[in-house]
Structure formats: structure tokens, C-alpha cells
Ligand binder design. Sequence first.
Ligand SMILES: [Zn+2]
Length: 122
Amino acid sequence: MAEKLVRVCDICGRPAEQSVTFKVGPRSRAQDLCGTHLQELVSHSHTAKRGRRPALKPSGAAPAARGSAHRGPTKRNPKPSSTAKRPRKRITDPAVLEKRRAALEKARRVRAQSRAAARQAV
Ligand SMILES: [Zn+2]
């Protein structure tokens, strides 16, 4: 019963061999490629590495924000940690949870208000 989805190469239109996904800035894109164009792509690419390459970092400049998602006001960590990624601790303190919820609620309301204001301005 399963229908076979026929994908075609996004470049030449021949039957695609594989679908590749890549990122352009913050956006993810996908492309179906035939064997030829898949080979071409692979030959013009390199293995993606985790983290950023130190050579790309402009010297002296402050490190850019990690990723595109901001986590609100950034507090400077008094203890610089060498390991960048640390699992976030689960919030169990009810007082903190309550504050969190209130902040989220407030943010939601502010967003709705500014959206409404923007609509009226048009
Ligand atoms: Zn092709």
C-alpha cells in the first residue's frame, strides 16, 4: 500500500539518490540530489566540525552569542568554565518555578501587546 515517493534531483531533475540537509545561517535547507550532483556537493565540502573554529574568531572581539536563541539577560559567570556545555539543572525550587512562570506570562503579554500596537499603527 505504501506509495513510493519519487524524488528528483533539485539541480538536474534526474531521480534523486539522496536528500541532503544543510544550514544557511540559522535556516535549515534540504536538497534532493542525484548521484552526480551528490558527488559534486561532497567533493566541494568538508566534514562539519563541532563548535567554532578558533581561526574564524576575530581577535579581541567579544565572543558572539551562542546559537540564535537568546536566553534572556546573560549573567556573567564568576567562575569561567572550560567546558562550555553543561546540562541544565532541573528547577525544583517552587519559588524559582513560580518566578519563571510569572516571567513567561509577562513576556507573553508584552509580546501580545506590542503585536496589537503594531497592527494599529498600520
Ligand atoms: Zn543532478
